[in-house]
Write a protein that binds this ligand. Sequence first.
Ligand SMILES: Nc1ncnc2c1ncn2[C@@H]1O[C@H](COP(=O)(O)OP(=O)(O)OP(=O)(O)O)[C@@H](O)[C@H]1O
Ligand SMILES: [Mg+2]
Length: 413
Amino acid sequence: MSEVVVGLDIGTSRVRAVIGEISDAGVFQITGVGTSPSTGLRKGVVVNIENTVRAVSQAVEAAELMSGLEVSRCVIGLGGTHVDGLNSRGVVAVTGKGRDNREIGQDDISRVIDAAKAVVIPMDRQVIHVIPQSYIVDEQRGVKDPRNMIGVRLEAEVHIITGSVTSVQNLVKCVNRANLQVDEYMYQALASVKSVMSEEERELGSILIDLGGGTTDVLAIADGAPLLTAVLPVGGIQVTNDISIVKGISVETAERIKLDAGCCWMPLIEENEEVILPGVGGRPPVVIPRSEICEIVQPRMAELFGMVKEKLGPIMKTRQLSGNIVITGGGALLPGVVELASDIFGTQAVRIGVPGNFGGLTGEYRSPDYATVLGLVLDAQERMAYSVEETSTQERKARPGLDRIKLWFKEFF
Ligand SMILES: Nc1ncnc2c1ncn2[C@@H]1O[C@H](COP(=O)(O)OP(=O)(O)OP(=O)(O)O)[C@@H](O)[C@H]1O
Ligand SMILES: [Mg+2]
């Protein structure tokens, strides 16, 4: 019997559900994709339970219909302005328990991660991820896998991602009310990294910018682990609102015009390109040059990239990131984003993050706005494959709570 994995990305603009099946032979196949408009969130946070439940049900039903399966469990993406990241460190003495000498074992690693996790986190926040960046064994820095090394003192540097307890609970509640159980949750931008960023880019040091509808997520990664997490309360919806206000048209019309004719880099626009603005209240439609739309969109996008640059300032000064700036999310579909980002960040190392070729994915869904949900199923599939591998080798008993860390381990080493 094949195993089923379900990813659910509850975004501010859309809810997306993806069903993947892993055959007995271990072949991973995406068999269902469903999406629905999202109206119950503001800046990535649930503000209307009913609307969110409805949107989740619709997206999941559409994916079920496509795959011919009925699903009851899923992995969800967490996002929104309440998500934050911090770096921390922990130190322990190596016990060498049950071993001949002071050889570092899994228990020492778990203890040092716990020690690094023991930073004061306010009561209203919860830890979503603790991701090891590197270890220091005695004086030896930059150790990626300390297992079986000899040492007296073990230090871990970790990146901790936290979120608001109530925001997480509300999201889980919506999913439960749509008759789905939440098996795991993952910070949305980490999921996007999984589907769009190469291992080489993660090692060299790269930046993911997920341009969503309500938020822009920024994740800096170096040596395979996150260095900085930031969620900015701005996204594509602001761009649409700007067009709507400046041109005196409805938000729906403004969105359509943005999708059809939006651009954020003036040199890309030909002189004679025109856009038809429908007339409001019986007035006839008007024809305007496309450059007028760009004049509205470009400054807003430039402001957004400026905010991202400011957030990245401290790490750009201290770390050499020689990989790429990878732009993903629905906003990455806006023509001119690469050119504008190159100009603002002062580098040519900018590209659009399109989900990789996995699970027999067809062209339609290999799009930046599917980056998060595809990352979620990919991660779920890898975790499942990994736990099967672990159990079959009888190395360790499956410990679900540690799977996340183990998986990042697996990925880094
Ligand atoms: N072709 C396009 N050109 C310009 N913008 C686009 C295009 N397609 C989608 N967008 C914009 O992308 C945004 C939605 O992106 P996405 O689907 O990644 O958001 P989301 O995941 O629902 O939201 P969030 O992650 O902020 O909660 C919308 O503002 C939409 O207008
Ligand atoms: Mg999103």
